[in-house]
Design a protein around this ligand. Structure first.
Ligand SMILES: Cc1cc2nc3c(=O)[nH]c(=O)nc-3n(C[C@H](O)[C@H](O)[C@H](O)COP(=O)(O)OP(=O)(O)OC[C@H]3O[C@@H](n4cnc5c(N)ncnc54)[C@H](O)[C@@H]3O)c2cc1C
Length: 145
């Protein structure tokens, strides 16, 4: 990629169907979507692609589990729907990843157990399967397989 060459090309092309400002995850995603729909698309980035917030993210499409603890059910449902749609529409770049959350007390077992079961239920048809409560023995057996 040669920036000077691309700026020159820009000056010779006055008409675009879609112009996107900012080449982070949002802008890049929108640009791919727009270009694949056949629109003449321009993506303008001030510094470098994915230099901003997008370079700091874990890249987990976590479906907003942390918003559940804040009681923001509307946002959790929206994030879960987006997660499900991404898995359906972009299966070539998204895959599921199981997590184990350690619980060191009965309170955390109940807290995470109920919370994650609620999270499963909120995902509806776009869910990834049910959260399981594992004993220490079962977890160690699973890890050693
Ligand atoms: C520590 C951390 C962890 C995160 N973890 C997750 C996670 O696990 N899962 C998740 O889904 N999200 C996560 N996020 C959130 C996620 O990173 C952001 O929601 C996402 O990267 C935002 O992308 P963006 O394209 O909107 O913004 P950015 O990535 O910031 O991109 C904006 C771009 O616009 C450019 N720009 C700005 N002004 C102009 C201009 N005038 N002209 C041209 N270009 C311009 C900037 O240079 C930049 O490249 C995390 C964020 C952080 C900070």
């Amino acid at each position: 990629m040669n920036r000077e060459e691309q700026v020159k090309q820009l000056q010779n092309n006055a008409a675009w169907d879609v112009i996107i400002i900012g080449g982070g995850a949002t802008g890049l995603g929108a640009a791919v979507d727009s270009a694949t729909r056949g629109y003449k698309t321009l993506l303008v980035e001030k510094y470098d692609f994915a230099k901003g917030t997008s370079s700091k993210a874990t890249k987990l499409v976590h479906g907003g589990v942390r918003y559940l603890a804040q009681g923001n059910i509307k946002l959790v449902k929206e994030a879960l729907r987006e997660r499900g749609l991404l898995l359906k529409n972009a299966a070539h770049i998204c895959h599921t990843m199981p997590f184990v959350i350690p619980c060191y007390s009965w309170f955390s077992k109940i807290f995470y157990g109920i919370g994650l079961k609620m999270y499963d239920a909120l995902s509806g048809k776009l869910g990834l399967g049910s959260t399981k409560i594992l004993s220490k023995k079962r977890l160690l057996n699973t890890c050693h397989k």
